[in-house]
Design a protein around this ligand. Structure first.
Ligand code: ADP
Ligand code: SF4
Length: 696
């Protein structure tokens, strides 16, 4: 297949100062959770993006000095020459595939607590660190400013030595000293580095000059700037100082990378934004500079990309998440394989990796982060040498991914789903408010399976142990999913609560199947959320939007606290407040009558009693193991039936994220002939000392 000429414009080379990008696909700086602690993983991750056709591949932010120490976060580091081998491995890996390597230099200013280095954080003015640590940053004096400039110069020289083609100065996400100096919120200095706009810009100008001098004329200089902080007049706005900064510095860098701040505004999930959501804020940039402009907005459709270029909004299609979900996105467009694009669903499970200080994972792409450790390639799986057929039971994310990847390996695969639609939980959850894009998890896999001659797909096929034994297919994978508990058991209540059934009890599964109608329209509804991620809040949202009076009760101190890791917590809480949902925090369940619910304060003996006609407990799930247990009970018949292995996958093995189910299905497909219920391969670990050249 060849490329659709409509998309030719995306494959035009674009000059960035002294270097040239071979096309307009640009992987902007993004955290991977691999950073300096998992350097092999990092190098292989970035190399895969280059292989997939991204003309520019950037690192995550690189701390330039121990006074900018984000520990325990795991970003790139450029503190001294000892960091060079790890970063050279990254540039080598990117260059092998003909792409440009970019590095994002940062001093994090007041954003750090310097937990590891124990140095005092630095800021334009005395300010408390924006982590919750009881740490303050001190106001920089002129010596500190001179030091800061020197650290940037040294880091830029090292970046060049490590082989980077583009060196970034980062002033985004409220995480950089350069942005802190620019900001009236953070900078109340009375000297020539504070006060007027030009004064607040002074350090930035100086560091641009210093960096230019340090990198010479073979390396490009890029600026990543937050043009709007979504804080109104108390922050940078795209009509105000965002525009003024770009106008003032317009021709100084070789490239402008523009976005929203903070990170939760920049990387909004699909629950809260559409593809291209940053365009209203960044569209002015090209009118005030002649330099190429890159921006992001979860672009996965080539038509939207072409539009953004033709309308003069962007020169480069910037991507973090679309390049994570599909590192081969540019190549697929180039090769005319649009249907093969594995579109990002905008769920931010990727950001949860970095936010919990571990290598990232992705709902759509199970291979991300496993390029080095497991040697997984997002597009290639070795054909099975002696492919024995497999039967997959359950067409949710685990079963679909197992079947898809097995079919790709040349295995004859039968996929049986008991229900009348594909997707399992994904099919049900994507009907919830804001989660429509999650359907892509199913759609992409069904699309890929439908063109495979070696895959047979059957709906309306609930299989029993008799069926499985009768078919005698050598490898059987059970991906029958899980169901929400209705006995109250979860984190807070470890034993069943007998009183729950005193009044009407509706399980999340009933709402997932029947919609809001599963809950009577009259009478107060209580959603008790002990799960702490999205399900509790999204059910409350659905019920409130359909006119029900909803109280959201949680033992935690916030709504959906784990969604901090997906950068959604603030928006989730705001949405429930805006919908008029009553929020009660720090409460456990204590008792129930037909129309009242007793809530116990988790800190004291205080009991509250509230009206409750219907209770929806969102606590934990139980695997649907019926088929697994039946087959286990008849294990003696298995060999005679010709069945070699029986394996549980996904939620049926242990309920978890959709990403975990996809991963489980993928892992099975790679190892199915030896598969048992646990990982048996030795766990490959990074030998950091060797990579850093510090072995005795
Ligand atoms: P996972 O996330 O692990 O993929 P899901 O709950 O999304 O799990 O999907 C499980 C699927 O398995 C559901 O669509 C369900 O209808 C199906 N299923 C459950 N039991 C059987 C069975 N005995 N035969 C066929 N399909 C089944
Ligand atoms: Fe997109 Fe979700 Fe994957 Fe992140 S985890 S890249 S948001 S699909």
């Amino acid at each position: 297949m060849s490329r659709d000429p409509r998309f030719d414009i995306l494959f035009q080379p674009v000059k960035i100062g002294p270097v040239t990008a071979r096309n307009r696909f640009y992987q902007v700086p993004h955290c991977s959770g691999m950073g300096y602690r998992y350097p092999n993983a990092e190098a292989h991750l970035r190399g895969m993006k280059a292989e997939g056709g991204w003309a520019v591949v950037s690192t995550q932010e690189a701390e330039i000095h121990p006074t900018s120490d984000l520990t325990p976060a795991n970003e790139a580091r450029l503190w001294d020459d000892g960091d060079l081998p790890a970063l050279s491995a990254v540039t080598d890996s990117i260059h092998t595939h003909g792409s440009l390597a970019a590095i994002q230099l940062v001093h994090n200013g007041l954003h750090v607590a310097n937990r590891f280095s124990r140095m005092i954080p630095l800021a334009p003015s005395h300010s408390i660190s924006d982590s919750l640590d009881p740490v303050q940053a001190r106001a920089m004096d002129k010596t500190d400013i001179a030091d800061m400039r020197r650290w940037y110069r040294s880091a830029a020289r090292r970046a060049k030595k490590a082989g980077f083609d583009i060196v970034y100065l980062y002033a985004g996400h409220d995480m950089s000293v350069l942005q802190h100096f620019l900001s009236r919120r953070h900078n109340d200095r009375g000297d020539e580095y504070g006060g007027s706009f030009e004064n607040r810009l002074r350090l930035f100008r100086e560091i641009i000059d210093d960096t230019r001098e340090a990198i010479g004329d073979t390396c490009a200089l890029a600026i990543r700037l937050a043009v709007d902080e979504l804080l109104g007049p108390s922050g940078i706005t795209c009509e105000g100082e965002g525009k003024d900064i770009i106008s003032a510095l317009a021709e100084l860098p070789d490239l402008w990378d523009v976005n929203l701040s903070d990170w939760s505004n920049d990387s909004q999930t699909a629950r809260f934004s559409e593809e291209g959501y940053q365009e209203p804020y960044i569209r002015f940039v090209k009118s005030v500079t002649t330099k190429p402009v890159v921006g992001v907005g979860r672009y996965t459709s080539p038509d939207s990309m072409v539009r953004a270029v033709r309308q003069g909004i962007l020169d480069f299609i910037g991507a973090a998440r679309p390049s994570i979900a599909d590192p081969y996105l540019p190549r697929k467009i180039e090769e005319g394989r649009i249907d093969d694009i594995r579109e990002c669903i905008g769920c931010n499970i990727c950001t949860s990796g970095d936010n919990t200080n571990v290598p990232m994972r992705c709902t759509q792409n199970p291979t991300i982060g496993e390029e080095w450790r497991k040697g997984w390639h997002p597009e290639i799986i070795a054909t099975a040498t002696t492919p024995e057929p497999a039967l997959i039971i359950g067409g949710g994310p685990a079963g679909l991914e197992a079947a898809r990847a097995l079919a790709q390996r040349g295995v004859d695969v039968v996929l049986a789903e008991g229900g009348d639609e594909w997707g399992g939980r994904v099919a049900r959850e994507c009907r919830l408010p804001g989660l429509a894009t999650w359907g892509r998890v199913c759609d992409w896999r069904v699309g890929q399976l439908s063109v495979r001659a070696n895959a047979e797909l059957y709906l309306h096929s609930p299989l029993s142990a008799d069926d499985v034994l009768q078919y005698g297919i050598p490898h059987v994978a059970i991906a029958t999913g899980a169901r929400w508990r209705i006995d109250g058991v979860g984190r807070t209540h470890r034993r069943p609560l007998a009183f729950l059934t005193e009044g009407l009890l509706v399980s999340p599964d009933a709402i997932l199947s029947a919609g809001a109608e599963a809950v009577p329209a009259d009478g107060p509804v209580v959603v008790f959320d002990d799960d702490c991620f999205y399900m509790g809040s999204v059910l409350a949202e659905l019920l409130a939007k359909t006119g029900r009076s909803v109280t959201f009760v949680t033992p935690e101190s916030q709504v959906s606290p784990w969604s901090k890791n997906t950068l959604e917590q603030g928006r989730v809480q705001k949405r429930l407040i805006d919908l008029g949902v009553r929020i009660m925090t720090a409460k456990a369940l204590a008792g129930r009558t037909k129309d009242r619910l007793e809530l116990a304060c988790i800190y004291s003996d205080k009991i509250d009693t509230i009206d409750c006609a219907t209770l929806v407990p969102v606590t934990a799930r139980l695997p649907d193991e019926t088929l697994w247990l039946e087959l286990k009970a008849r294990d003696a018949e298995r060999a005679d039936a010709g069945i070699r292995t029986v394996t549980r996958l996904g939620d049926c093995l242990a309920p978890g994220l959709i990403a975990a189910a996809v991963y489980s299905g993928h892992q099975y497909a790679r190892t199915y002939q030896d598969q048992i219920d646990r990982d048996t391969a030795p766990f490959k670990r990074e030998d950091i000392a060797r990579l850093y050249g510090r072995h005795a």
